[in-house]
Design a protein around this ligand. Sequence first.
Ligand code: FES
Length: 162
Amino acid sequence: MANLNTQTQDIQPTGPVDLALLVVRRLVNVCSQFCYASHIFFPILIIPMLLTPQPTVLLNSHELEEGHSKGFIINGTNLFVLRHQGNLVAYLNSCPHRKVPLEWLPDQFLNSDKQFIQCATHGALFTIEQGLCISGPCHQESLTNLCVEERGGKVYCTIPRG
Ligand code: FES
């Protein structure tokens, strides 16, 4: 009967048992090579995943009605999210003019007719969809857009590090 080991010497299968042992030995060799490679590749694969910002739950979907906005400070990042024509948008809560928060009251980021985001400090108006300033001292500058998504009845936002 053939000896099961993981050395690379080949045996010539003379029966079904030898053939089965040969297959097992080859599998063990492949697995051990994979395990060795995984010590090298696992950190290469896992480190970028750990450094990539993950979506954070901001609130339940029903808590953000059409035409409303809500501000958050998460891990020191000041941001806001709003629902406009059924879509969600999120931006850093920082006016490009003076880098100050935009809202004029808590969770109030829109102008009176809810057609634009408005900075409370000098009144700059920004489009809701792109965050582009169309009026004010930071004309043609933009708010910093954040990735926001809605799934499973919750609103998620990917918040940049630092
Ligand atoms: S700080 Fe926003 S317009 Fe000046």
